[in-house]
Design a protein around this ligand. Sequence first.
Ligand code: FE2
Length: 209
Amino acid sequence: MLVAFQKQFHSILDSKIKIITGVCCMWTTDLLARYLEDEPLKIVLEHSRYVADLALEVADRLALKDDERLFIEEAALLHDIGVCQVHAPGLGLQGSHPYIMHGVLGRDILEREGYPLHALVCERHTGVGLTCEDIIRQGLPLPHREMCPVSLPEQVICFADLFYSKKPGRLGERKSVAQVRKNLLPFGKEKVAVFDEWLTKFAWNDLHH
Ligand SMILES: [Fe+2]
């Protein structure tokens, strides 16, 4: 009797989660499709799904509430929308801006669309985040302001994005923790330290494959 009840409860819960996920994916997919098409749209949809799924794994480990989980999923699915305006022929993107600008461009788009909190995720997801000092020191073509993830959902999405690239044919390859560290090191030991802090905060290691 109890087992039957538990089974029924879990199936109701599963379908509820599926409904939430389904609705979320529909509007984010529609929005992405208004700014991207063909191969770039496919790449962004697939890449963002991998990022969202890893971010949701972290959210589960942190036992985040449904509304935070939903925000994480939506914002992860939209975090790269700004690539629609960059020049990256390898990804089929023929825009006029350098790739490094896709975060701020994404922020502009999502603010105009009426999603100011999702917009911040776009701006704050490059590497482990860019400080104003990074931007000035490296002479990056970006506004001089802090672009580091602040809220927990922003940090979780930024963290998840580090494990996946947008290289065609390799979208589904999840990098190891060691690989992510290696990729961050050229940008400074302090960047690796931020990543290491997140590994501890999110109780994350390579066993989570
Ligand atoms: Fe990304």
